[in-house]
Design a protein around this ligand. Structure first.
Ligand code: NAG
Ligand code: NAG
Ligand code: NAG
Ligand code: NAG
Ligand code: NAG
Ligand code: NAG
Ligand code: NAG
Length: 269
């Protein structure tokens, strides 16, 4: 081979990552755009013909997408009034490091398939209407730094496996419908402070335990039991007293009536 053709081949090879489409990212974007609804048409360029080659080096002409080395590594689609659901095939965007779908109107579950996003560091799905449980398998995303799921309709317990995510620096599941105890691995004290404080857990239907304030705990405190005892005692006293009063009034009136009747029947002298 001539030197010239070797150089040419080398040049072509070096272009491959930029030119070739990535079938994984394409499957990810195609499926995601199908599962999302975009009533305000804010997802500029999210069209089928752009999904095969979404990346142009580090930039992308798809709104909200940022690329690195020809692969999508950031999707920030927050506050776009999006509806619909999160496609499980989002997991085909295997280089994804940031997934921010916060402040939309998304429904349905958090797909457990997200576990294959092994580079994921930021997961922000806050302020949507997501339902179902927090998938325990998210613990497979070992680089997770941020899990923000606040303000959704999530149910079930907080998976204790999430406490194994050593890089986790922000965790917020407040304002959901979660239940059960707060895993010690997430509330774990270091010194006097919990790993994540009460603000991460507030406003849930049936969640209890440290670091939430005691009165939110499910077990009735001694104070509450005493209070209920005193309260019901007082209530029954008031009730029976009222009962007696009513009975007295009633019989009084009856007697008065009868007296009236009698005096009416009595001839006047
Ligand atoms: C997308 O992910 C699914 C499920 O993990 C897998 O079966 C499929 O082969 C992937 N598609 C591509 C194009 O990578
Ligand atoms: C979704 O992704 C799967 C897996 O790669 C693929 O087979 C399928 O064609 C995609 N669906 C659409 C609508 O693109
Ligand atoms: C690639 O990016 C450059 C600079 O950002 C831009 O001028 C060019 O139009 C882009 N090409 C495509 C195909 O998006
Ligand atoms: C969300 O978008 C609306 C309108 O598009 C804008 O008024 C509002 O400030 C945005 N909110 C945030 C937090 O960016
Ligand atoms: C998640 O996104 C919301 C806005 O959409 C933002 O207010 C919040 O700070 C983000 N969470 C984290 C932990 O950065
Ligand atoms: C609490 O955290 C420390 C270090 O941060 C760790 O060594 C310990 O095992 C944790 N305890 C529990 C119960 O998770
Ligand atoms: C709880 O933690 C959050 C985030 O780490 C912090 O902004 C807030 O000030 C803390 N609140 C209290 C009462 O310590």
């Amino acid at each position: 081979m001539e030197v010239g053709s070797v150089v040419l081949v080398w040049w072509w090879i070096s272009l491959i990552p930029r030119i070739l489409s990535d079938p994984s990212d394409e499957a990810c974007l195609t499926n995601l755009s199908k599962s999302l609804e975009d009533p305000n048409k804010l997802l500029h360029n999210w069209k089928e013909e752009n999904f095969a080659k979404p990346c142009n080096d580090s930039s992308s002409n798809l709104r909200g997408a940022i690329c690195n080395n020809g692969r999508i590594y950031k999707l920030s689609l927050n506050n776009l009034s999006l509806r619909g659901t999160i496609s499980p095939f989002l997991s085909n965007c295997t280089n994804l490091q940031t997934l921010d779908l916060s402040s939309n109107f998304l429904t349905g579950p958090i797909p457990p398939e997200l576990q294959s996003l092994v580079n994921l560091a930021v997961l922000n799905l806050s302020s949507n209407s997501l339902q179902g449980v927090i998938p325990p398998v998210l613990t497979m995303c070992a680089y997770l730094n941020i899990i923000d799921l606040h303000d959704n309709l999530l149910t079930g317990p907080i998976p204790q496996q999430l406490g194994l995510l050593v890089r986790l620096s922000a965790f917020d599941v407040s304002n959901n419908r979660l239940s059960g105890p707060i895993p010690a691995s997430l509330s774990n004290r270091s010194g006097n402070l919990p790993r994540f404080n009460a603000s991460s857990f507030l406003e849930n239907k049936d969640l209890y335990g440290y670091p939430l304030p005691l009165l939110r705990n499910r077990g009735l405190s001694v104070l509450a039991i005493v209070g209920i005892g005193l309260g019901s005692g007082l209530a029954s006293l008031v009730l029976s007293f009222t009962g007696v009063c009513i009975w007295l009034k009633f019989t009084e009136r009856k007697m008065a009536l009868e007296e009236g009747k009698i005096s009416h029947l009595m001839p006047d002298y």
